[in-house]
Write a protein of this length. Sequence first.
Length: 313
Amino acid sequence: MPILHGQLSSLNQLLITCLTTKRLSYLLITQIVLFLLINSSLIVNAKAAQEDSKKQTVPAIQLPTQYRENIKVNEYYVSEKLDGIRAYWDGHKLLSKQGNIFTAPDWFVAHFPTQAVDGELWIARQAFEQVSSIVRTRDSQNPDWQLVKFMIFDLPTSQYPFGERVAAMQKLVTTTDSAYFKLIPQQKIKDSAALFNLLDKVVNAGGEGLMLHHQDALYQHIRSRDLMKLKRFEDAEATVIGYLPGKGKYQGLLGALQVETEDGIRFKIGTGFSDKERKNPPPIGSVITYRYTGKTRHNIPRFASFMRIRAVY
């Protein structure tokens, strides 16, 4: 067993005394030095092992692709795309898509099922910042979790097609005695006209968009063409590399961000900021999410608008 820090300190003092008083032989001094080095190494390794034990395996989740035209819409289940925080229930704990544990209160997950479930931690439309703030706290007694629901949309370990997984999820929610465990409604749409009418209805009500999931699709632990997102605006991420000063009513505040995409495309984003965000803009080097409508022939996003700083969990 590694010795304690107090013991190491005492041995260090003894070594100093030995060296200054020359009361011990060089052989004994050498043995003490080796002893210190070995036990110091054990302590460092023990700390590293402790930190490694806190790291979780990143869940192999399914990711969507963009909506494609010329599909048979009636073969897909359609649901609202919730603007919340992706979460994976492994049967024992809630994980982020990066594999970190959400510090949810015991009462929040008390009656969750023992099987793996994929979903979204969500409060309401246009409440992303609120739910993000709540679930990122490390306080397992945070009463604000009462506002949050775990909205489920898939069963990652099921071997059945999505149509059957929908039925299984409906049954699972019915038999789970929890006010915080809910199913995102899934419905069938007859054609593209009805699909875009539904999109308009959701967006006009403050929603983000729609998700389409093919009825016969198996759960794939990759980015799947059988799962699509449909939005009025596309969104993407970029890194903040600079600021441009504001003019007129924004004198002395942020005018625009200079950003760079993963592909090295640089452009400016000057809209979408609140007054608070213009006073305290995203830090240089931070990654932000923005929305846009198409791209120019030089691959620069059109009508780019700031949404938020990317939250990493």
